[in-house]
Design a protein around this ligand. Structure first.
Ligand SMILES: [Zn+2]
Length: 326
């Protein structure tokens, strides 16, 4: 029977007006050559080819640093943003190909490069919503002049070393400007190096979610992200809003029923699943209990000792209390 290699060569010779591609010709020659080889020679040729392929792969730069285009069904030019990290080990491919021998056969394996842990944290940072503030709100920049500030710092550090692994929550309540967002962001920033974190400013996220409450799929997806993420940071939780009450007087309005329902939906899920959650609020936990007992009691329980209320004092000579239970 005529071999495939011989058939290909015959085709080349018989149809000079329709030349097959150079690649096909090389293939034909190779097949013919290999057919004439002994099994040992063939194995060595295979090995050589695999090694050349491996070398070519490892010498080809990737696009993780600068970004790349991908084709999708909807569009053929979706640009995936690069992470900006330049890695000399993998030339920004993210992996290295290695040949491994098993039972006399060579297998190619791809090993993730060390740079991927850095890339993943850069990516997580971009996804988290904390990319900008994380540089500003660090532990180093947190001002410690008074005892309550030291307590805040110690609590945050202790939460990182003991609380997170235990699925505890961190709550800092107090007036604007007392540094609660700063310290909570510093905690979230440290965690981002190890796990995904979502930073959500309550007034914005609740507005967004309430606007899509009737679009079931989208709502479920968005709420699901906040329920499932490894660490959630709610900033300005139940931010007090000034407005007219039903008698037309300006006063601080309590959160609406929709706000309360939404907060419970997210926080109750995280409570049941013991997922670390960071909350900063102008309210104290006992005041939150007056607004919504169910959510506040869950916050108090999951926080345990990791809750701090910074005293409200216009002279900024803050008092402090540490709450354990509402
Ligand atoms: Zn690399």
């Amino acid at each position: 029977m005529e071999s495939i290699g011989a058939v290909l060569q015959r085709l080349l010779a018989e149809s000079p007006e329709k030349p097959l591609s150079d690649r096909l010709q090389a293939l034909a020659e190779r097949i013919c050559k290999e057919e004439a080889m002994s099994p040992e020679e063939r194995r060595r040729a295979d090995e050589e080819r695999e090694r050349a392929k491996c070398e070519a792969y490892n010498n080809t730069p990737g696009h993780l640093k600068d970004g790349y285009y991908i084709s999708t069904i909807q569009s053929d030019s979706t640009f995936v943003e690069g992470d900006g990290y330049d890695c000399p080990l993998c030339m920004n491919r993210g992996d290295t190909m290695v040949l491994e021998e098993r039972n006399g056969f060579l297998y190619e394996r791809h090993y993730e490069c060390k740079c991927m842990s850095i890339r993943k944290s850069v990516w997580r940072m971009k996804q988290s919503g904390l990319e900008k503030s994380i540089k500003e709100y660090t532990f180093k920049r947190f001002e410690v002049k008074e005892q309550w500030q030291q307590m805040m710092m110690d609590l945050a550090q202790r939460y990182l070393s003991e609380g997170v692994a235990d699925g505890r929550w961190l709550f800092i309540g107090g007036q604007p400007g007392c540094g609660k967002t700063h310290i909570c962001t510093a905690v979230a920033g440290k965690l981002l190096y190890k796990m995904p974190v979502i930073y959500a400013v309550w007034p914005q996220i609740s507005k967004k979610l309430k606007s899509i409450v009737n679009e079931a799929d989208e709502y479920e997806t968005e709420v699901g992200k906040l329920q499932e993420v490894d660490v959630l940071y709610f900033d300005d939780f139940f931010k007090p809003v000034a407005g007219e009450d039903r008698y037309g007087n300006m006063r601080i309005l309590p959160p609406t029923a929709a706000d309360i329902k939404l907060a419970f939906e997210i926080l109750n899920y995280r409570y049941i699943n013991k997922k670390p959650t960071i909350i900063s609020s102008e309210w104290y936990i006992n005041e939150l209990a007056d607004l919504d007992e169910a959510t506040a009691s869950r916050i108090a329980e999951r926080c345990g000792e990791f809750a701090m209320m910074v005293g409200r004092d216009k002279s900024r000579n803050h008092r402090f209390t540490v709450s354990t239970v509402v």
